[in-house]
Design a protein around this ligand. Structure first.
Ligand code: C2E
Ligand code: CA
Ligand code: CA
Length: 881
């Protein structure tokens, strides 16, 4: 009731603990009092032993139930249960003694003893960690039995006084039971403290109970009984203290350490043998003959020992079989391994090596065992190896906590050096090893492959020259030399794709290889030639600039010389860019600079050598700026048109205008078409620009159509824009949208050049003319003017370049006839000639005299925004047409 009212678990445990300690103490007090005669012995024993044992048994039974429901396993639960019932058995015998008639008391005591004895024995051997298997339990029992019988034999042959049979049985039980309990306790491999407490408790209880039985059996007086009964109180109390929850549920049980702990039982076994022998000798000397009981006891020792030995032998056999299998596993593991395992002592001497030594390194045990491990290594590496080993021995761990690694050359059994890598681990704490364990691995093959790979990683496969990575490495090295000189040449070959297309890749590769050879033989021995990829090569020369440039021109000559190939003689062009090795922020920058110079050489017409300079850099950054800004310029409204009037040279009246594109960017300022158009072409923005120009020109034309003097307007369209399939329909749509008469629009194209398809240009121009739009051929005479083209292209105007209209000087005489011819020819084809770029009144006059009807140029009117042009047009009130 009292316990039930305490809700708190801790307080409840405190109360239980107090009862568990207090009751045995009280019981001992009661027994002592009975011994001193204050209480009568039998009732005192019944109460004291009964209560104390009940408390202890209650604890054990509770524990057994808890173990059972906790699922810790059947063994521990049964163990606790049996111990508990053992207590109950010995506790019940005390009240039974009180109730029994005096004559039956020895019998009652013996009965209780036998029961308690059996239960205790079972309980002890089933406790966790006591004896794991039935086999071990049997062995424990026979150990105890042989010891007990020997003791009994000794006790029988050297008796102080002969015992009555009942007392003898009790004594025998004690003599057999105590050793079993003792051995079980001593051999426990787990929970040794618990085992010691339970063992001592059980032993004490059995011992006390036996003595009580012996006393009762031999008819002694009752006054010693309460004192002996103390053991029946203390024993269960000790068991209760020792019995605790074995292990938290889920934790695996400890594995019995066979065979060291369970088989090495010989010293204990020798005790009973010696005891029995000594007492037999004593008996022979003092008494002489053996009686039947002593002979029987003596003989009983033999079978128990035999059975015990058989059990041990069976265990040893089983264990040996297991060892043999393990050994076989281990052996196959070790000998099949690609490592050599060595056991090295703290003195660095090799104690053992795995059988792989012969197969992997050709090393025999005689070569190795007993030698110092570092002595196997190359003298240059030995110190390093020693250091690592002593580090490991001194416990200086690598920070990562991984085993230490040593790389060293090991002399194999054939006397050659092998690259090895060894891991060292300290196994001194493992008693069976107690040394360093070194795993040696042969890495020579791996390192050879690594070297090979390394080589491959730095050469170009096709030409055998250095590759880009190696080139970078060379530049880095060269830049690091104090006061270094030198230059990087980047070499681009032109015409490779043509060769590949016409003669196949194989021929292309052969030409590249030949180019590589020419480069190699064209440079100094200290220079490095590399192939950067494709048809790009590079040379790092240590020469000063002047010599480097000379090398560049020499290489240019060598590379552009004909390539005689089977079935064809091939030709290549080349552009070479040069940059100072010391310039720039780093290797990448040097490469970029040389590359920029190479681009420059290409732009300037190929087969040239160009140096990098700062101006080039400026152009480059400007170009980057343009490329960044141009996309979106239309959307941001940054494009603009200016207009330059075209005048009739006879009456100086404006007849038309030319729309010229301007890009007004907040960051870049006004960008002129010459700079803008190449960028637009590279960014594929030409079409967008053309449509914008067309649309805005038509809008302006529509705005100006209200004027008293409606002029025509020309727009500039590159041939690339013109050949867009939809171009003609865009023009027609734009004209329709702005309601502009087609004959007021003129489309100017420059002479088609390069890859532009002339027939398509012709078709498109014809299409425009079919709409009513007029066409003009721009810049005539600036390039390789071809009169034949003049005949082929369907145009209405011919814009004659300024260069044909120069005045004065000696060249006047040369040009004059040509422009005359041109004008008369144009007239024959029905073309109107516009002289453009007229900068002086002289040029204007000359053009007029040559027969050019129309003129355009700064001398007449500069290009200007629409409002300015409108103001200008105001000055011409009377319509010319
Ligand atoms: P272009 O068709 O020959 O245009 C005439 C160029 O000469 C204009 O330069 C103009 O400003 C300039 N100019 C006019 N009178 C004189 C003069 O007396 N002396 C000198 N030295 N120059 C004069 P701009 O505007 O820089 O245009 C350059 C070229 O860009 C044009 O040459 C034309 O081929 C092209 N271009 C201009 N606008 C467009 C366009 O909207 N689309 C396309 N595709 N090309 C355009
Ligand atoms: Ca033009
Ligand atoms: Ca022009």
């Amino acid at each position: 009731m009292f316990v039930a009212h305490i809700p708190d678990g801790r307080a409840r445990r405190l109360v239980v603990r107090t009862i568990e300690i207090g009751v045995p103490l009280l019981a001992v007090g009661v027994l002592l009092a009975a011994h001193l005669g204050a209480l009568s012995p039998y009732p005192a024993m019944a109460v004291a032993v009964g209560t104390a044992a009940a408390v202890a048994a209650a604890r054990l039974v509770r524990l057994a139930v808890r173990l059972h429901t906790g699922g810790t396993g059947f063994g521990p639960c049964r163990g606790a249960g049996f111990l508990g019932f053992g207590m109950v058995a010995s506790a019940l015998s005390s009240p039974a003694l009180l109730l029994a008639p005096a004559g039956a008391r020895p019998m009652v005591a013996l009965g209780g003893l036998v029961l308690a004895f059996a239960l205790y024995l079972f309980g002890m051997t089933m406790l966790p960690g006591a004896a794991g298997t039935v086999r071990v339990r049997l062995r424990r029992a026979f150990d105890g039995l042989s010891l007990g019988i020997s003791l009994a034999f000794s006790a029988w042959v050297i008796p102080p006084a002969p015992l009555p049979p009942l007392a003898l049985i009790a004594a025998l039980l004690a003599v057999v039971g105590l050793p079993v309990v003792t051995i079980t306790t001593l051999r426990a491999y787990e929970y040794r403290r618990s085992a010691a407490l339970c063992g001592t408790g059980a032993g004490l209880a059995v011992f006390g109970h036996s003595l009580i039985t012996v006393l009762l059996g031999s008819g002694a007086s009752a006054e010693a009984l309460p004192l002996l009964a103390v053991s029946l109180v203390v024993g269960p109390a000790l068991i209760a203290a020792g019995a605790r929850r074995a292990r938290p549920p889920g934790q695996p049980p400890a594995v019995p350490g066979e065979p060291q702990t369970t088989l090495s039982a010989y010293p204990l076994l020798t005790i009973p043998a010696i005891l029995a022998t000594l007492s037999a000798l004593w008996h022979l000397v003092t008494v002489g003959a053996f009686d039947a009981t002593s002979i029987l006891l003596g003989l009983a020792v033999i079978p128990t020992l035999v059975v015990r030995e058989v059990l041990v032998m069976l265990d040893i056999r089983r264990y040996a079989r297991r060892l043999a299998t393990q050994e076989a596993h281990f052996r196959s593991l070790v000998s099949g391994a690609n490592d050599l395992t060595m056991i090295v002592g703290a003195d660095l001497l090799i104690r053992w090596q795995s059988p792989t030594a012969a197969r992997l390194f050709g090393l025999s045990d005689a070569d190795v065992l007993g030698r110092a491990f570092p002595n196997l290594m190359h003298p240059d590496d030995a110190a390093d190896v020693t250091r690592v080993l002593t580090d490991v021995l001194a416990g200086r761990e690598v920070p990562s906590g991984r085993p230490q690694l040593v790389t060293a050359r090991l002399r194999d059994g054939h006397g050659s050096w092998r690259d090895t890598e060894s891991t060292v681990s300290d196994q001194r704490a493992v008693p069976e090893v107690a040394a360093l364990v070194v795993h040696v691995r042969d890495v020579s093959e791996r390192q050879r492959l690594e070297r090979k790979l390394n080589e491959l990683a730095f050469t170009d496969e096709l030409t055998g020259l250095a590759n880009r990575r190696e080139l970078m490495r060379t530049i880095v090295t060269q830049r690091a030399v104090a006061g270094h000189t030198g230059a990087l040449l980047v070499i681009d070959l032109h015409g490779m794709s043509g060769i590949n297309d016409a003669h196949g890749r194989q021929m292309g590769d052969a030409v590249l290889a030949e180019a590589g050879r020419r480069l190699k033989s064209g440079v100094g021995s200290a220079d490095v030639v590399a192939r950067l990829g494709g048809d790009e090569f590079a040379v790092v020369t240590v020469d000063r600039p002047v010599l480097a440039y000379a090398t560049g021109t020499r290489l240019l000559t060598a590379l552009t010389a004909p390539y005689p190939m089977p079935g064809a003689v091939l030709h290549l062009g080349t552009s070479i860019g040069l940059a100072d090795l010391s310039g720039g922020d780093g290797v990448d920058d040097v490469l970029r600079r040389a590359d920029l110079a190479r681009l420059r050489a290409r732009q300037l017409g190929r087969n040239r050598v160009e140096w990098y300079d700062d101006e080039l850099e400026e152009q480059f950054t400007r170009r980057l700026d343009l490329e960044r800004e141009l996309p979106g310029a239309v959307r941001r409204g940054e494009l603009d048109l200016v207009f330059q009037p075209v005048l009739d040279l006879d009456d100086q009246q404006p007849v038309g205008t030319e729309a010229l594109l301007r890009w007004r960017n907040p960051a870049l300022g006004t960008v002129l078409p010459a700079e803008l158009l190449p960028v637009a072409e590279d960014l594929m923005l030409l079409e967008e620009l053309a449509r914008w120009v067309l649309d805005n020109a038509c809008r302006q034309l529509a705005a100006w159509s209200q004027r008293p003097r409606p002029l025509w307007m020309s727009i500039n369209i590159s041939s690339r824009e013109l050949i867009a399939p939809d171009f003609v329909s865009w023009v027609s749509a734009s004209l329709a949208e702005h309601r502009v008469e087609p004959e007021r629009l003129v489309v100017e194209i420059a002479e088609p050049r390069g890859a532009v398809d002339v027939p398509t240009v012709v078709t498109q121009l014809a299409g425009l003319r079919a709409l009513g739009v007029r066409t003009a051929l721009d810049d005539f005479g600036s390039g390789q003017a071809s009169l034949a083209q003049l005949r082929r292209l369907p145009v209405d105007f011919l814009k004659v370049d300024r260069t044909l209209v120069t005045e004065g000087g000696t060249r006047e005489g040369e040009h004059k006839p040509f422009i005359d011819v041109l004008v008369s020819l144009g007239k024959r084809f029905g073309l109107e000639i516009i002289a453009e770029g007229l900068e002086t009144p002289g040029q204007v006059e000359q053009a007029r005299r040559a027969g050019c009807k129309l003129g355009q140029g700064y001398a007449l009117s500069r290009p200007a925004p629409a409002e300015r042009v409108e103001a200008y047009l105001e000055e011409f009130p009377s319509p010319s047409r």
